[in-house]
Design a binder for this molecule. Structure first.
Ligand SMILES: Nc1ncnc2c1ncn2[C@@H]1O[C@H](COP(=O)(O)OP(=O)(O)O)[C@@H](O)[C@H]1O
Ligand SMILES: [Mg+2]
Length: 233
């Protein structure tokens, strides 16, 4: 048995939309292992982003338990969730969430500023992670001047700089051409090898699922492991 890093136990999530209650996630159960790369696929509006935000502790479930690298998120208050964000679990939003007016350095430094890491250490780690990602030549460039693929890599560097156990990437390849998308997936595979990170990649591109260790499909509120089905095709 491997080491379970993300455990979802009977997780439900409802949103209020005017007078309606919309049940987005129903009784979700899943175990993700250390060092695993998992794809989550599903139609637009099926709750993929909601699921990632729950695992990241950015929103809370109505019911159920979410345990991330030993932390039961229900037991943490907002400060507790802020403490584990980036150090235990990092979420990369679909629009990358990089700050345009900041340089690459300033964007990647941000989680360390929040965590209170000293200046010398920040400079050292920004350099280290940018060299790893292959973007150190752009360290002092404002991110608004970068290409889509480069901005995505800044977002990955920023998510990686506190060496979290879990990386959650929301449609990381949605705005990239196929070759650039493949390079991003290759980078995630290297990160998994080098840091044993568990990586969850949300995508609406079924071709990418073939590159993952396991894949899940989210539909009508239910999450199904569809790895086996895919291999049968
Ligand atoms: N903050 C919110 N308030 C109300 N409804 C929301 C909110 N966020 C998402 N939803 C609704 O929940 C459903 C799932 O959204 P989302 O998780 O973004 O799906 P996906 O990422 O698969 O496209 C959609 O119907 C969406 O309109
Ligand atoms: Mg989404």
């Amino acid at each position: 048995m491997g080491d379970v890093v993300v455990l979802l136990k009977d997780v439900w999530k409802t949103y209020d939309e005017g007078n309606n209650k919309v049940v987005v996630l129903k009784k979700i159960n899943a175990s993700l292992m250390r060092g695993e790369i998992v794809g989550i696929h599903g139609p637009s509006g099926s709750g993929k982003t909601t699921l990632l935000k729950l695992i990241a502790g950015l929103i809370r479930p109505d019911r159920g338990e979410i345990i991330v690298d030993g932390y039961n998120l229900n037991m943490l208050d907002d400060n507790g969730l802020a403490m584990i964000r980036n150090t235990v679990v990092s979420y990369i939003p679909q629009d990358y969430g990089v700050i345009d007016e900041f340089t690459v350095f300033e964007n990647v430094e941000l989680p360390m500023l929040i965590a209170g890491v000293g200046k010398e250490e920040r400079v050292r780690r920004v350099r280290e992670v940018l060299e790893y990602i292959g973007l150190y030549n752009k360290v002092n460039v404002k991110t608004k001047l970068l290409s889509g693929g480069e901005r995505q890599r800044v977002a990955i560097a920023r998510a990686l700089v506190m060496t979290p156990s879990v990386l959650l990437a929301d449609e990381p390849t949605a705005n990239l051409d196929w070759n650039t998308a493949l390079k991003v997936i290759e980078l995630f595979k290297n990160i998994r090898e080098d840091f044993k990170t568990t990586i969850v990649i949300v995508t609406h591109d079924p071709r990418l699922l073939d590159l993952m260790d396991r894949s899940f499909t989210l539909m009508d509120g239910y999450l199904k492991d569809t790895t086996y089905k895919r291999r049968e095709l």
